[in-house]
Design a protein around this ligand. Structure first.
Ligand code: HEM
Length: 576
């Protein structure tokens, strides 16, 4: 919508342009108040009160300040939030509007200032890329605020040191420049919903070049539209409820073998996170994909992961080049496996015995039918392994950390598992039905992921100019949504920094809890991750006494979060 209209404001008449139906947008230090009254072209500011240092614009009012006015506001006021639908701004420079000065004088001063500015007004809409000032706010050329971003991330203080500070300064939507790209950081459930559900329509997922080269250009995370749907369909069949039901006995068996190998043997200290990584790696490869884990495989994958967010510089010895050569080795192994599988499946087909079940067979089946290529199978196996194992092991590690620090929650959780165990025979393993009874455990795991999301968020790229909440995000800009932006917001989670699994007893507002993302790219392995966590917790709490060796162990990020010492725990077998 567009068009001019006359606004009477502080005794002056202003001609302003109306933009789309929007409420209030606070972006960076530019405060833009846009309230639409479609039916009424002549709009009156009904209430501007500059009292006690607080400016209030009534919501029913229509005003769109021009660029200069926005600058004026951004220089002089701080956004405070909403109160009963009104936008609140605190005056930053009290000397400009001294609260002791009579209201009339202050109004006159303000009106005079605005009038002066208005005569020098800039033409055109305020968008994300128009002013010199806003470019300055994005930091240095190219590098922008990348260093601050990475520093904060490494310390696992992305929210506190980077996001929160900017939200306070500029509002929930702010722009910056990261890794060479102008980037809009969006926060809040509405923003998550808008950007995540508009995947392929307004935005597409956008990973750094090194990630794409190492995960593979043909992996699901790089696919869009029909190609994405096709791959997602293949992957989702194995990860659907019916596919997963069949996986439960295999997961139980793998966990049993793992515990026997690494956990049994009396009282000792083990590294929970490092060992859980071995376990989740085995579960995704052997249980989900049907590929036997060979010695050295995990190390190869780890080497690739180290380069995923490194600069894509391929000189000998660099992180990226080491990662590339590890990726090449993985590729060779996988191509061998895929070709063998193909031959096997083609032979079976000749004999009329189709293979079902495991995901590798499904991918190779699609290859045989000509729906996908060999390189697509390789890239997606690599992607699935990465997507699955570090994330799940971190979620497990944080679940145990929170349980250790909250003994009451731990005993409620233990009771849930002893109750399940008491209904089973001595040799009976868990079933899919049993996992459905683990409600409290899943609440604990979700609360742990709320506080420690295994994936902080991800980048999108605008494929068109996007009108969002009154702003135009130009085509080509990046958009970063983060889990912290809602998980740590008291609008969605009361007392957000406290650990309270009970909050998940009630439904959570859609798109407020987003450790698994949302929209068409919602984590494809969400259900598998859930099973993995629940079953592992069950076996550990029913079989072992355990305690943290370093309760305050720092969390580091490189490139994904992990406990810096591998999370040592002291364990001993539980007496029957
Ligand atoms: C606690 C564990 C996990 C967490 C926190 C997690 C988180 C996520 C997130 C946030 C996304 C969306 C990224 C985006 O929007 O750009 C995602 C996507 C994905 N995840 Fe997970 N994930 C987990 C476990 C798994 C597992 C176990 C698998 C597979 C076996 C898996 C497979 C995938 C795949 C294939 C995608 C890409 C989906 C697409 O692009 O359509 N994830 N995951």
């Amino acid at each position: 919508m567009g068009g001019g209209c006359v606004v009477e404001w502080l005794g002056l008449r202003w001609t302003v342009n109306l933009v789309a139906a929007r409420d209030v947008l606070v972006f960076h230090r530019t405060v833009l108040l846009i309230i639409i009254c479609k039916m009424n072209p002549t709009i009156q500011i009904r209430n501007i009160a500059l009292e006690c240092g607080v400016a209030v614009w009534t919501r029913s009012v229509v005003m769109r300040s021009d660029l200069t006015a926005c600058r004026f506001l951004s220089d002089n006021v701080d956004y405070r939030g909403f109160d009963n639908g009104d936008a609140m701004f605190t005056l930053r420079r009290r000397h400009t509007f001294d609260p002791k000065t009579k209201l009339k004088t202050r109004r006159q001063k303000f009106a005079k200032y605005m009038e002066d500015q208005y005569t020098h007004q800039h033409q055109g809409d305020v968008s994300m890329n128009t002013t010199e000032e806003t470019m300055r706010q994005m930091g240095l050329p190219w590098i922008g605020e990348t260093i601050d971003f990475i520093k904060a991330q490494k310390k696992n203080r992305l929210y506190e040191d980077f996001i929160q500070a900017r939200i306070q300064k500029h509002g929930k939507t702010f722009k910056t420049r990261l890794m060479g790209y102008p980037t809009v950081v969006v926060n809040g459930a509405e923003a998550n919903k808008f950007f995540l559900s508009n995947e392929f329509k307004l935005v597409v997922s956008s990973w750094p070049s090194s990630s794409v080269q190492l995960m593979g250009e043909n992996s699901i995370m790089e696919k869009q539209g029909d190609a994405h749907r096709c791959l997602r369909g293949i992957v989702a069949t194995s990860l659907s409820s019916s596919g997963l039901e069949g996986l439960v006995p295999r997961i139980c068996q793998t966990i049993g073998t793992h515990l026997e190998k690494y956990w049994n043997g009396g009282e000792k200290v083990i590294s929970l996170y490092s060992l859980t990584k071995v376990l989740t790696f085995t579960i995704v490869l052997e249980c989900l994909l049907g590929i036997e884990v060979k010695p050295g495989m995990l190390d190869l994958f780890e080497r690739v992961l180290e380069g995923v967010f490194a600069a894509p510089v391929n000189f000998p010895g660099s992180k990226f080049s080491r990662a590339k050569s590890a990726r090449k080795e993985i590729e060779n192994v996988l191509v061998d496996i895929i070709r063998r599988k193909r031959k096997e499946m083609e032979k079976r087909k000749e004999k009329g015995r189709e293979e079902e079940g495991i995901l590798l067979s499904r991918l190779v089946g699609a290859l045989i039918r000509g729906e996908i290529s060999e390189v697509e199978v390789v890239d997606n196996v690599v992607l699935l392994v990465f997507a699955a194992h570090d994330t799940t092991s971190f979620a497990i590690a944080m679940t145990f950390r929170m349980l250790a620090n909250h003994p009451h929650c731990c005993s409620v959780l233990e009771k849930e598992h002893t109750d399940i165990l008491s209904c089973k025979g001595p040799e009976e393993t868990l079933t899919y039905e049993d996992t459905k009874k683990m409600n409290y455990t899943w609440q604990v795991a979700r609360e742990s992921m709320r506080i420690f999301p295994p994936i902080f968020g991800s980048f999108r790229k605008a494929i068109d100019d996007i009108e969002y909440d009154g702003y135009t995000i130009p085509k080509g800009w990046k958009v970063l949504w983060t889990a912290y932006g809602t998980h740590y917001d008291e609008e969605y989670f009361e007392d957000p920094l406290s650990f309270n699994p009970d909050r998940f007893e009630d439904p959570i507002q859609p798109y407020a809890f987003v450790p698994f993302g949302g929209g068409p790219r919602l984590c494809a392995g969400y259900q598998l991750a859930k099973l993995n966590i629940l079953i592992f917790v069950h076996y550990v709490v029913t079989r072992y006494n355990w305690s943290l060796v370093s309760p305050d162990e720092p969390i580091t990020i490189d490139p994904l979060p992990f406990p810096s010492q591998g999370m040592p725990i002291r364990i001993s077998p539980k007496l029957p």
